[in-house]
Every structure is written in structure tokens, then in C-alpha cells.
Design a protein around this ligand. Structure first.
Ligand SMILES: *Cc1c(COP(=O)(O)O)cnc(C)c1O
Length: 423
């Protein structure tokens, strides 16, 4: 490897996914490195939004069953498009709700504390909403957070030790909730190993896939994971507030969902309007009310590209992009003041790098002033996520060079050291 622009251009020339850059609305004056917070709009996603509007225009109420993408079964249809990304069967995955609401649904279903088993294991670096949801369910069962929540601490503030997590799986544990990829450091946990360890102790386990779906492949069915949930506006490019996703292993499909609503009905009976709930036999039973069709519409087009390309090719390029970024940062003389807190090994990392520096907030502003969009994480983190479908190796090269120039000339000093709302 070398650190020249020509080298980046050579990598781009042999990149099989390069043609997909034209599928996205890329601003020619910026390099977008924030796809792990909000993915970009693609032309296909735009098209399917317009098509759903067209169907509404044309069919009115009949859009539920007619039109290009009948609304009545769209949650299931999008679920089946997401299934290959996580190694599930079509009947195990749904587009519904949001990360937070889906976790509530899954805890309402799978967290059934008894006198002996009442602890929820999670971790201190969790995305806060996950912890708030867990708190809610402990409260609903009148179990104190101290008694009921076992939070695994990080030794280095960034990563978790799987040994320590597994060591916490005592006989009092009912459910384990962990993230596949940690949202700050980008550490990827071994879902397979953790699931096996949980099951050895008779514990149910579920994962938050927000930072891995669309970036890292999983084999949830083969690994026997009990359940999972995620958003679709990050690597899946579903748009702001797009409808989330949920996986429940088929072995649990006979159970009644904790939260029930009429869209969870057996579809052939839903319009009988019975006062009694006749549950769907598949994961469909987890649905609540009328789906948010306009927030699902972009996913139809966006997922189409994932189906076409396949998650393995995406992961391969994603690893190459972040590998190249790390290489440049380690080679350039002026980027040595960063600590790269993302694990090095491919098996232990997702699709972004976390760079730490006491001046992270100002450095992010300086990058933005040069047209590079990073992601600031308080207090000292710069996350950089080159995305396989729309970023190039030249984008990575330019990002690293710009960062080096900013550090060399200390131009970040001129920016205010204050946080934005969503920085
Ligand atoms: C983005 C993210 C969320 C967000 O939850 P929403 O309900 O979609 O707002 C939750 N958990 C993780 C790990 C995330 O990365």
C-alpha cells in the first residue's frame, strides 16, 4: 500500500460496487462519512416513495390490496427483503415500528421474570434508549433497577469483554440484551458465541442490530438467536424516521406477543373484527396498528439494491474502506494524535472507525467546513463511516488528507468548542 492519490484511484477502478455511487444523491461539494447515523437518499428509494403516493392517488382505499406494492402485506414483504441480510427466513422478519418500540414489544414478550430468574443483562455502553426501555419493563414488574439490571462495564471505556459478559450469565438471568455493533467504538460482538453461552444457561438473548444491519452479515437463524430489532435509517438508507425491523426466531412463533394489536392478526381473519385476537402464525403477530406506509416506502427501493448486491459484497468493501482509512491515519505524520478506539481485527469491528481526540468537537466542525461530513460523539469522538454503496476509496483518501491538514495547521482552533444539537 502507499498513501498516494493514485493508489486510491486504483482501488476505485477495481471496485465492483463503484457503479452504485450513481444511484445516490451525492452532493458534489461534500464527502458524506455519516451513513451510520443517517444513510443517504437513493434514486430507487425516491422512486418507490413516488410510486406509493401514486398508488394512493390512483386507488384510494383499494391501495391496501391493489397497486404496485399493496399496503396490507408490505411489512411482511419488506421483512422478507431484510431476512437475507441477517440470515433469517422470510417468516421471521418484519418491517415495523422503531428500534425503541420494537424493543418494548420484545421485552413485553420475552421478559417474564420469575422469583428465581428476573435479571436483565445489558451493558453500560448501550445506546441510551435501550436502557430506558429496559428500565420501563423492570418498573412495570416492580423490580428495582439495582436488583433487575446487570450492566456489564467496559474496562477501557470503548469495548466489552465477551468473557466478562458471559461470566455474568448466572442462574438468575432471564434475558440478555446487547448491541451487535457498539454505536461508539464500532466493536462487533460475536452473536454466535454469546447466544450459545446464554442458551447453555437457559437464558434468552436478543440483539440491537442498528449499527450492523446493512453493513455486517449475520446468521441469526443458524446461531439460534431468540430475537433482534433495528432501525432502517442508518446503513439501510430508509430515510429519516423510516420504519424499523424485528426478528423473532420461528421456535417462538407459537407464543403470544406481549403487546397485541389488530395488525398482528391472522390476515384472513383481521377484517372479521372479532373482539378476540386471532394471532398470525408468523412473526406478523408482533405488529400493532396500521403500518406507517409513507415511512416504509423508501425502503422498498433501498432494499432492492441490497438484494441485488448481497450483504457479503457490501461487508467486503466496507472492511476494505475502513482498513484503508486506518492505514492512512496510521501513516500520515499529522494524524498520530488520534486514538483509534475501534478494534483492529475484522471479526471484531463493524462499518465505522472511532477516532478520539480532546478537540473532537472542533475537529468535526473543521472537517465540515471542508465539505467532509463526520459524526461527533460527545465528549471526544469523531466517527467516520465510509459506506460501501456510495463512498469511494478516493473519498477515504480525501478525508484522511483533509484531517491531516487540519491537524497540521491546527485550523480547528478557530471553531467554537460548543456542541450542536445533533452533532
Ligand atoms: C440509532 C440507534 C437507536 C435509535 O432508536 P430509535 O428508536 O430508532 O430512535 C437505538 N439503538 C441503537 C444501538 C442505535 O444505534
Amino acid at each position: 500500500m502507499d498513501t498516494s492519490k493514485q493508489y486510491a484511484a486504483r482501488l476505485d477502478a477495481t471496485d465492483a460496487l463503484a457503479p452504485y455511487q450513481k444511484e445516490f444523491y451525492l452532493n458534489k461539494d461534500t464527502i458524506y462519512m455519516d451513513g451510520n447515523s443517517l444513510g443517504l437518499l437513493s434514486k430507487r428509494a425516491e422512486q418507490t416513495v413516488l410510486q406509493v403516493l401514486e398508488d394512493w392517488k390512483t386507488y384510494g382505499i383499494d391501495g391496501w390490496t391493489d397497486g404496485q406494492y399493496p399496503w396490507f402485506t408490505l411489512s411482511e414483504k419488506l421483512g422478507s427483503s431484510m431476512a437475507p441480510l441477517i440470515g433469517a427466513s422470510a417468516e421471521e422478519v418484519l418491517a415495523m415500528g422503531s428500534t425503541t418500540i420494537n424493543l418494548h414489544q420484545l421485552l413485553a414478550t420475552f421478559y417474564q421474570p420469575t422469583a428465581d430468574r428476573y435479571v436483565i443483562v445489558s451493558e453500560a455502553l448501550s445506546f441510551p434508549t435501550d436502557l430506558y426501555a429496559i428500565h420501563s419493563h423492570l418498573d412495570l414488574h416492580s423490580i428495582s433497577h439495582k436488583e433487575g439490571l446487570r450492566l456489564i462495564e467496559s474496562q477501557d471505556g470503548h469495548t466489552l469483554s465477551e468473557e466478562e459478559i458471559i461470566a455474568s450469565f448466572d442462574n438468575d438471568v432471564a434475558v440478555v440484551i446487547l448491541s451487535s455493533v457498539l454505536y461508539r467504538s464500532g466493536q462487533l460482538l460475536s452473536l454466535e458465541r454469546l447466544t450459545k453461552a446464554a442458551h447453555d444457561k437457559g437464558i434468552l438473548i436478543g440483539f440491537d442490530l442498528c449499527h450492523s444491519i446493512g453493513s455486517v452479515p449475520h446468521q441469526l437463524k443458524q446461531w439460534d438467536v431468540d430475537f433482534a430489532f433495528w432501525c432502517t435509517y442508518k446503513h439501510l438508507n430508509g430515510g429519516p424516521g423510516s420504519v424499523g425491523g424485528l426478528f423473532v426466531h420461528e421456535k417462538h412463533h407459537t407464543a403470544l406477543p406481549g403487546l397485541r394489536g389488530w395488525f398482528g392478526s391472522d390476515k384472513s381473519k383481521q377484517f372479521d373484527m372479532s373482539p378476540l385476537f386471532h394471532k398470525s402464525a408468523s412473526v406478523g403477530s408482533y405488529q400493532l396498528g396500521t403500518p406507517h406506509l409513507l415511512s416504509m416506502a423508501p425502503l422498498i427501493g433501498s432494499l432492492d439494491m441490497f438484494t441485488e448486491v448481497g450483504i457479503e459484497a457490501i461487508r467486503k468493501k466496507s472492511l476494505a474502506l475502513t482498513h484503508y482509512l486506518r492505514y492512512l491515519l496510521n501513516q500520515l505524520p499529522d494524524t498520530q494524535s488520534f486514538t483509534i478506539s475501534t478494534p483492529v481485527h475484522d471479526k471484531e469491528r463493524g462499518g465505522h472507525l472511532l477516532l478520539e481526540h480532546p478537540e473532537a468537537a472542533r475537529i468535526c466542525k473543521a472537517l465540515k467546513s471542508h465539505g467532509i461530513i463526520p459524526d461527533f460523539r460527545s465528549p471526544n469522538g469523531v466517527r467516520i463511516a465510509p459506506v460501501a454503496l456510495y463512498n469511494s476509496f478516493t473519498d477515504v483518501y480525501k478525508t484522511a488528507q483533509t484531517l491531516a491538514a487540519i491537524m497540521k495547521n491546527k485550523t480547528y482552533i478557530q471553531f467554537e468548542n460548543k456542541r450542536g444539537v445533533i452533532a
